[in-house]
Design a protein around this ligand. Structure first.
Ligand code: AMP
Ligand code: ZN
Length: 443
């Protein structure tokens, strides 16, 4: 287990030492997508952030359980199904699959995420709503069951505002609203399509996190737009019904912007991963771009900046290939590897400071004599950053490189150049260096 880890906790608005509830174990709950459409790359920033957090905690020696909900029933998904003339399940399964394939392309550890669907947890949600009714925190209206925010004294505390209860008597049946419209929010909706009713948005995260992670659990994540109303409402529901806190540490990522404005479906200023690929960028170049700013800083997206990330990533892969050809390991280089990797983890321990850790890696690569140790150092770094720096080369590509070398040493430069171009076409840069020939995938 590594040294002290600190995170900025939205709940206290301060940097706090991270102490897991159970020694050596961490539970993470991430608010997942509403699957009514394709995710945009702003949404994907939220998940690249958590994946890097997850990988960092694992590299620091923790056993991490990571749970993510899929909102597969709400106003938006139902409307989309109506619009497409399909069943809710058809629509949500289609967009869930697209979402998971985006995550995979970004090297997000999907195999380690436990995805849980709202539609499969009505029982848990209903039990929580019933307990709120019993305790007097909820009441029935003609169109649903509402949470009475005036009964929950700490309402607003998490989101850092005091609700004006005089003007909050209205009920709000939309799941999304802002502080100007604060009011009793819907827990359960009466809906002709569902004889027993169906959940509002917020209740799923309270009910499902309790089932899979217990209460409280360690880390809850989401974008800053979820602080209010979503997370404030999750906290109120759980505390009112169980007397317990929902989570210990609340980590929120800032937004991805375009031209200074939040990237959002509603503003129609968004890009999807499909568009990033269509423009010739690899998803991992986007992952690096999204990691370039600290997760609590806003990040303005531009194609130009993405281009810079692609070049940087290709260059990191070049270093990896070069160091594999370098001097063999010796005790001093093993010591170097240990030292630099500890430094890397140390920087990340400071509220997951990825930009600074990345700068440290670049400095090491520029200043140190690279040997095989550099390759194993980059392998460990890559296990945390997930950028495909420590790539594996397919046998066919290795063979092509050998043929290229062979042609060159035989003086057949036309043929060696033909192979080089062929490799380029397949996405590989081939280069002849004084240590030997290397080949590495372009980002
Ligand atoms: P949604 O599917 O709208 O619930 O959003 C999924 C996740 O993406 C949530 O954690 C949001 O806070 C996050 N999110 C939405 N827009 C952005 C953005 N422009 N930048 C970063 N995160 C975002
Ligand atoms: Zn949630």
């Amino acid at each position: 287990m590594s040294k002290t880890i600190n995170f900025f906790n939205t709940a206290s608005r301060a940097v706090e030492e991270f102490r897991p509830i159970r020694a050596g174990e961490v539970g993470i709950y991430s608010c997942g997508p509403t699957v009514y459409d394709r995710a945009h790359i702003g949404n994907l920033r939220a998940y690249v952030f958590v994946d890097t957090l997850y990988r960092f905690l694992k590299a620091s020696g923790y056993a991490v359980k990571w749970v993510m909900n899929i909102t597969d029933i709400d106003d938006k998904t139902l409307q989309r199904a109506d619009k497409e003339g399909r069943t809710l399940k058809e629509v949500t399964e289609k967009y869930s699959a697209l979402f998971v394939s985006d995550l995979k392309a970004l090297n997000i550890s999907v195999a380690d995420i436990q995805f849980i669907k709202a539609t499969e947890h009505f029982t848990e949600m209903r039990a929580l709503v019933d307990s709120l009714l019993e305790k007097g925190y909820a009441y029935k209206a003609s169109d649903g069951i509402y949470f009475d925010i005036s009964k929950f004294k700490a309402y607003g505390q998490f989101a850092n505002f005091a609700p004006n209860l005089a003007t909050s008597k209205e009920r709000i049946k939309n799941d999304n609203y802002d502080k100007e419209n604060v009011s009793d929010f819907v827990l359960w909706k009466f809906d002709k399509r569902y004889p027993q009713g169906r959940p509002g948005w917020h209740i799923e995260c309270s009910a499902m996190s309790a089932r899979y992670l217990g209460q409280p659990f360690d880390i809850h994540t989401g974008g800053v737009d979820l602080i209010f109303p979503h997370h404030q409402n999750e906290i109120a529901q759980t505390k009112a019904a169980t007397g317990k806190d929902l989570a210990r540490y609340w980590l929120h990522n800032e937004h991805l912007l375009v031209g200074g404005e939040k990237m959002a479906k509603s503003k129609n200023n968004f890009y999807t991963l499909a568009e990033v690929k269509k423009r010739g960028f690899s998803p991992l170049a986007l992952r690096l771009e999204l990691l370039k700013a600290h997760y609590r800083s806003k990040l303005d997206f531009s194609w130009r900046s993405l281009e810079g990330s692609a070049i940087l990533l290709t260059n990191l892969r070049r270093f990896y290939a070069l160091s594999s050809l370098g001097k063999k390991d010796n005790p001093t280089s093993a010591e170097k590897e240990r030292k630099y990797f500890q430094e890397f983890l140390g920087t990340l321990s400071n509220d997951l400071n990825v930009p600074e850790a990345l700068a440290g890696v670049q400095k090491t690569l520029n200043e140190e004599e690279l040997g095989v140790w550099g390759a194993s150092f980059l392998k460990k770094v890559d296990a945390v950053l997930g950028l495909g720096i420590a790539f594996t080369t397919p046998q066919a590509v290795k063979n092509a490189l050998k043929d290229m070398d062979h042609a060159r040493s035989g003086g057949d430069f036309t043929y060696s150049d033909k192979i080089r171009k062929e490799l380029l076409r397949k996405g590989y840069n081939a280069e002849n260096t004084n240590l030997g020939s290397i080949v590495f995938p372009r980002a």
